[in-house]
Design a binder for this molecule. Structure first.
Ligand code: GDP
Ligand code: MG
Length: 163
């Protein structure tokens, strides 16, 4: 079976942007408005020669925020069941939110290895969010910028043991 990585995170942290960068084709719809990606997307990812299957979890993004945690958990668990590693994204510019904490608590209770990445970390605006990310209890956060292609070497090093 081909190694699989599931990208997990609340809406608007940049999951689809990262997915598109790793897959190299615009298979996932990216939009400025949160909640635009409708479906779960899968693709063949390539990162500095590492090849793996990647899942962009997103189908809950149109849902009523009241029901979001339940739907998110359902979709995330489906992806996690197939995944050799979870790539958990937060938004370094926004910092850690209550929904990030809820996802983190849930991921900590699962056995799938988690790589925590703080996206939108280009420039100085992401520095405090990167520090906050340590509080999620998922190890050292990897600063990345999906949009600008920064942090790929670090991401490669963290993914390599799992794929
Ligand atoms: P998703 O909802 O998690 O799939 O997030 P998207 O990939 O749709 O991105 C949400 C917004 O964040 C879009 O406006 C992206 O252009 C923006 N974004 C994604 N990655 C980065 C990044 O590395 N830096 C910055 N500044 N913005 C980003
Ligand atoms: Mg998306």
């Amino acid at each position: 079976k081909q190694p699989t990585v599931a990208i997990i995170g609340r809406p608007n942290v940049g999951k689809s942007t990262l997915f598109n960068r790793l897959v190299g084709k615009r298979l996932a719809l990216v939009d400025d408005r949160p909640g635009v990606t409708r479906d779960r997307r899968e693709g063949e990812a390539s990162l500095l020669g590492l090849e793996f299957r990647i899942i962009d979890t997103a189908g809950y993004e149109d849902e009523d925020p009241q029901t979001l945690p339940g739907r998110m958990r359902a979709q995330t668990s489906a992806a996690l069941r197939e995944a050799d590693a979870a790539l958990f994204l937060i938004d370094a510019r926004a910092g850690v939110t209550p929904l990030d904490e809820e996802i983190a608590r849930w991921l900590r209770s699962e056995t799938t290895p988690v790589i925590l990445a703080a996206n939108k970390a280009e420039g100085k605006a992401g520095e405090s969010g990167l520090l906050e990310a340590y509080s999620l209890g998922l190890g050292e956060p990897v600063p990345i910028s999906a949009e600008h292609g920064e942090g790929v070497v670090d991401l490669f090093e963290h993914l390599r043991p799992h794929v």
